[in-house]
Write a protein that binds this ligand. Structure first.
Ligand code: F6R
Length: 222
């Protein structure tokens, strides 16, 4: 695991975007795994203009119970922040669904596996919506959000009561099977990066599994 410390959100975003640009230039039909949340917005801004005509994407997660047109659904977020600004084909955009979530892993496998996975990290160390637990969960499934995640994400909703309590998330196994990982973390996640610097792997800090990934770059503002 390579940890690159940078001074600003802009520097973090530019470096993450550079790695994605390199990936797509090297393999124009790349399969990308994508994240939502505040952190990757600057990365996505820097990808506008890149040729996505042969790229396939698989998002990490989606809230249960929100329609695609809901302003807080992750589908809507991706449309607003990336997909409506690039030349990706609609059929090449994939999200996990409440119906048959386990089929998502088969779909990823049929697409040839994920070449590059962009990740954010939760303030409790979650990746995707794999929350701290006693065990690591392997595959895409419906998950209950941790109370701290509901609280963190309440900033996007009018009322904390409106935040969905469940989501569909790629599993830890799905994430670990990707060929390359780029994790972005702004300075509000410095406490998690400090934990990650310790050589300890625990399901109570889900991102710590990344110590075992063969090609993982963490870009953090510190
Ligand atoms: C979102 C996701 C989450 C976020 C994490 C950080 O698709 O997978 O793990 O990356 O909650 O969110 P922000 O960037 O809003 O702090």
């Amino acid at each position: 695991m390579k940890i690159i410390k940078v001074k600003s959100y802009e520097e973090m975003s530019a470096l993450a975007a550079k790695l994605i640009v390199e990936q797509i230039k090297e393999k124009p039909n790349s399969v990308l795994g994508l994240a939502t949340g505040s952190t990757p917005i600057g990365t996505y801004e820097r990808l506008v203009g890149l040729d996505f005509s042969r790229v396939k994407t698989f998002n990490l997660d989606e809230y249960c119970g929100l329609k695609r047109g809901h302003s807080q659904s992750y589908y809507y977020f991706m449309m607003e922040n990336l997909f409506s600004h690039i030349n990706i084909k609609k059929n090449n955009i994939n999200f996990p669904t409440e119906k048959n979530p386990e089929k998502y892993d088969d779909k990823i496998t049929r697409a040839g596996g994920i070449d590059l996975q962009l990740l954010g990290v939760g303030s409790n160390g979650h990746i995707g919506f794999n929350e701290p637990d006693d065990v690591f969960h392997n595959l895409t499934r419906i998950v209950k959000l941790a109370d701290s995640t509901v609280k963190d994400n309440a900033r996007f909703f009018d009322n904390i009561k409106d935040v969905p309590k469940t989501a569909i998330s790629m599993g830890i196994g799905t994430i670990m099977a990707t060929r390359k990982i780029v994790l972005v973390a702004d300075k509000n996640k410095a406490h998690i990066i400090k934990e990650l610097e310790k050589p300890v792997v625990s399901p109570q800090l889900p991102c710590s599994i990344l110590h075992y990934h063969p090609d993982c770059t963490i870009i953090c503002v510190m």
